[in-house]
Design a protein around this ligand. Structure first.
Ligand code: PLP
Length: 457
């Protein structure tokens, strides 16, 4: 793991050798749990194990207090009211609840929703299911850089449109949408606005009021928190969003997400948000957060957070500098294309089409680097992801796409080593398979959107 700089010892009594640690460049898939997060979670597995719904004793009340502290931390990171945060098992569940809950809750208003071709499968597949329930779905195309045209959004809105679903930042190519502009136009049209912020949370400043966001899906494991926990922001004022719950049970989370709360996971999510907020607040490129200096109501002091201020002070800048360094090295190889919008892109995301190389083979032959592909095996034949198809790449072009995503613990030494390893293997593979080498003519037209074929996260 990139977070652990020491080499991994090989198992076995006689083995003194070490293997090289993995250079982890797959942070958009998941991040390692920050040790400061883990430390805060641990007591809630054993000593403080109460059920947050058990109001009759101290253990239960302690768990409930920890959940409310975490809720305040999540809310502070998006500048929301704590009561507007509903804990879920992750962004996938939050998206399902937001889209299905809104379309069912606003049935009398209409049955039409609008989304974008590069959304995560959790959104696109939920839309497919809603279509089966009688909803009409408009899927908007994107341009070569992965941008949706706000004028196309306006043109798609109808009197019976209930909701626009547009992600904050794309998980594959990193393109950041102009969420504030989209929020303004949905507000003007009286349409609800759902934002999948799984990739943007903690990396970009988010303000649900200033951006006109009504519903927003979040995930802990993309920001150094645990897997299996996330949240849905549900606006309660101006306007009050009415969702129909998808599950029935004990009434937890305003009845929107019944079931016993995952207290250690929620605590970890809260600490991860507090750490991310510290990094963002200290980042000169991000707007100051409202009340950033004020104590959050019910928010517990964070052990060890202050001592890391120096490391996280310019986290976004540091990561984007490393990303640029990696891109500089790869671009010097020639016949490579950086995907996504270079002016509006997640700091840690570098999606590169390396023409003349089978990216799957490249990663197999570079086993010390953990990264993702732009094409994945849906069945027997690998197919380009729906995102790459939406920006106009064909099968052959997508076959050479590698997504390298950097994070909090990525070091300059790791980037230099990764660049050396990739450069050597790219040169070797291009020589070995010269027939794949010519740069393909790039189509600028958006590909017709169709069912997503891969499971890229
Ligand atoms: N949305 C985006 C953009 C993602 O990248 C992911 C991660 O896979 C998800 C949603 C799903 O998040 P989770 O793993 O919390 O369900």
């Amino acid at each position: 793991m990139s977070g652990d700089s020491c080499p991994v010892p090989l198992a076995g009594p006689s083995c003194e050798a070490t293997v090289r640690p993995t250079i982890y460049l797959d942070h958009n898939a998941t991040t390692p749990v920050d040790k400061r997060v883990l430390v805060e979670m641990l007591p809630y597995f054993t000593g403080s194990f109460g059920n947050a719904a058990s109001a009759t004793h101290g253990l239960g009340r302690e768990a409930a207090g920890a959940v409310e502290s975490a809720r305040s931390e999540v809310a502070a990171l998006i500048r929301a009211e704590p009561k507007d945060v509903v804990f879920t098992s992750g962004a996938t569940e939050a998206i399902n609840l937001a889209l299905t809950g809104a379309m069912r809750g606003y049935r009398e208003r209409g049955r039409h929703l609008v989304t974008v071709a590069t959304e995560h499968r959790a959104v696109l597949e939920t839309c497919e299911r809603l279509r089966d329930e009688g909803c009409e779905v408009t899927v908007l195309p994107v341009d070569r850089l992965g941008r949706v045209d706000p004028a196309a959004v306006v043109a798609a809105l109808r009197p019976d449109t209930v909701l626009l679903a547009c992600m904050f930042a794309n998980n594959e190519i990193g393109t950041i949408h102009d969420i504030a502009a989209l929020g303004q136009l949905t507000r003007a049209a009286g349409v609800l606005f759902h934002v999948d912020a799984a990739q943007a949370l903690g990396k970009e400043a988010i303000d649900v009021d200033a951006m006109g966001i009504d519903l927003m899906s979040l995930s802990a494991h993309k920001i150094y928190g645990p897997k299996g926990v996330g949240a849905l922001y549900v606006r309660r004022r101006n306007p009050r969003v009415r969702l129909t719950a998808l599950m029935s049970g004990g009434g937890q989370e305003r009845g929107l997400r019944p079931g016993t709360l995952n207290v250690p996971g929620i605590v970890g999510f809260g600490v991860a948000c507090a750490l991310a907020r510290e990094a963002l607040d200290a980042d000169p490129g991000s707007a100051p957060l409202r009340g950033a200096q004020e104590a959050q109501p019910g928010s517990a002091p964070l052990r060890g957070a202050r001592e890391t201020q120096e490391n996280t002070a310019t986290e976004r800048d540091r990561i984007s500098q490393l990303r640029n360094r990696l891109w500089q090295r790869l671009s010097s190889l020639g016949n490579v294309e950086r995907l996504g919008d270079p002016d509006h892109v997640l700091a840690g995301t570098l999606s590169v089409a390396i023409y003349g190389v089978d990216a799957r083979r490249l990663l197999v032959e570079t086993p010390t680097i953990a990264a993702s592909l732009g094409a994945a095996c849906a069945s027997v034949t690998p197919e380009p992801s729906h995102v790459l198809r939406a920006i106009g790449l064909n099968w052959r072009q997508a076959e050479g796409v590698v997504r390298l995503s950097l994070g909090r613990f990525t070091t300059a030494a790791e980037i230099d080593t990764a660049a050396d390893l990739l450069a050597a293997n790219i040169a070797r593979l291009r020589t070995a398979t010269p027939t794949l080498s010519p740069a393909p003519a790039l189509s600028s037209a958006p590909a017709p959107s169709s069912a997503p074929a891969t499971s890229t996260v």
